[in-house]
Each structure stands twice: as C-alpha cells, then as structure tokens.
Ligand binder design. Structure first.
Ligand SMILES: C[S@@+](CC[C@H](N)C(=O)[O-])C[C@H]1O[C@@H](n2cnc3c(N)ncnc32)[C@H](O)[C@@H]1O
Length: 236
C-alpha cells in the first residue's frame, strides 16, 4: 500500500459518495493526497476572510474515530489547524457532519489508510502527530497489521518537522513493548522524551477524566482498571 503508484479504487460504501459531497471538510481516498505539502493553504481558504499571517501549527491524529478528541482540540484552539484520519467511512462522515455543525474552520477529516501518511503530507508539514489506542492485532498471524513499526516510524519522520512531536497511547502492554522495540530501531529519527506504563498514576481519580484529556476507548480501559502506556517522541 505504501507505494507511489498505489491508487484507491472507487468504493461501493454509500458513505464514500457522501464524503465526496462534503468538499473542503472531508476528504476520502485519493483526494487525501491531492494537497500534499499544501494543507496550510487549504486551511487559509476555509478560514477566509479571517486569514492571518501568523504561522499556525498543524496537528494530525491517526485513528481519530469520529474525531471526538480532535474536534474538541480544534474548538478550544482556533489559532491552529487540525486533521483527523480514520479508515472507517461512516465514522469519518459522522465526524465531518459534527465539524460542520460546530462551524469549525480549522479541522479537516480524512477517510484514508494511515499507512499512506507520507503521501498525504509533504516533508516537515506536520508539527504534532498523535496515535491513540491503535488496534493491537494481538494474534500471531495478525502482528503484521500493527501500524506502529519501524517502517511507519520512518514515514512519519518524513512528514513531522524537526523538533515536532509524536505521542502514542495504548492499553495493550504487548503492543507497547513492540512499539518500543520499533522505536529503538530508528534512534537517528526519533528521540524518546518520556515514557510511562501508567499515564494516570498521579491522577487521584482517572475515571473522572473527560474528553479530550482521555479518548473514548481510554475511558473504557480506565473504567476496567487497565493502566495506560504512553510514549512521547521528538523528531530529531
Ligand atoms: C481502537 S480504536 C481507537 C479510537 C480512538 N483513537 C480512541 O482512542 O477512542 C482504533 C481506531 O483506528 C482506526 N484505524 C485502525 N487502523 C487504521 C489504519 N490503518 N488507518 C486509519 N485508521 C485506522 C479504526 O477505524 C478505529 O477508529
């Protein structure tokens, strides 16, 4: 899939067409790769006539679901730009409708495979990258499906600017150990600035944490008493 000649084929999913009917706010499949390196200009268009000359930061969340976290970030931080990516059509469509209803001019949602990250964004275009609770694919035959591997860390490093960040959270200790091994394969690209096996250890009652401090999945794990693993990376 991470090949320059790869093309998404037209989908029969009814939400494929519905997403195409929300241009500017939602992008699907090949359309997510048409603004590579030019997403700030796209946001200028959405924001017009309130365009400002100040440099805005671009934050990208992989596996954003309906965008429950990134919509809240965008609403609280209108000075910066946000993009959420998920491969499920219906939830991205729902997120895009909510984005429109909220009148947000600084958030765009992609229906796309995160493995295509380096075709969606140009070199150093992204300031901050987030990956919260990626599918753990726990069975032996499924491990190859895990997103966080050395290859995708290399692709992520092409789009995140030097000094930019990448935060990852997972409930799954086995996947976390796999992630740390993958990160150790590319020390020239990513520096580990912090890591923990219990993100909320200092919080008196993590069950009281609300979105966007925690994600929807995170709330479920916390309720079940599962500790959250997290690592912060800095692009060298
Ligand atoms: C376990 S859910 C976590 C959702 C959300 N981040 C949260 O913490 O509440 C994983 C999400 O990643 C999406 N996803 C999984 N693999 C993906 C991929 N390769 N590209 C884009 N999205 C993906 C799924 O559709 C799902 O919404």
């Amino acid at each position: 899939m991470n090949h320059p000649d790869f093309r998404y084929s037209d989908s029969r999913n009814p939400y494929w067409k519905k997403l195409k009917a929300l241009p500017g706010i939602a992008f699907t499949d090949n359309d997510t790769e048409t603004h590579q390196g030019k997403w700030r200009e796209h946001f200028d268009g959405l924001r017009a006539p309130e365009k400002s000359t100040a440099r805005r930061e671009l934050s990208v969340e992989i596996g954003c679901n309906t965008g429950h976290v990134i919509r809240e970030w965008a609403a609280r931080d209108p000075a910066n730009d946000y993009i959420g990516i998920d491969w499920k059509f219906k939830i991205i469509h729902r997120g895009a409708e909510k984005t429109l209803a909220q009148g947000l001019k600084n958030l765009v949602l992609f229906r796309a495979h995160a493995e295509r990250l380096n075709y969606m964004f140009g070199p150093a275009e992204v300031d901050h990258l987030f990956l919260f609770f990626p599918d753990p694919w726990p069975k032996k035959g499924e491990l190859k499906n895990r997103f966080l591997n050395a290859e995708n860390l290399r692709h992520a490093a092409t789009v995140v600017r030097p000094g930019g960040t990448f935060q990852i959270k997972t409930d799954h200790l086995g996947y976390f150990e796999w992630m740390e091994a993958a990160i150790a394969e590319v020390p020239e690209l990513w520096e580990v600035t912090s890591r923990t096996n219990d993100l909320h250890v200092n919080c008196p009652d993590p069950t009281k944490l609300k979105i966007p401090e925690v994600t929807l999945f995170e709330r479920l794990w916390i309720k079940d008493g599962i500790k959250i693993n997290s690592v912060w990376l800095r692009r060298r």
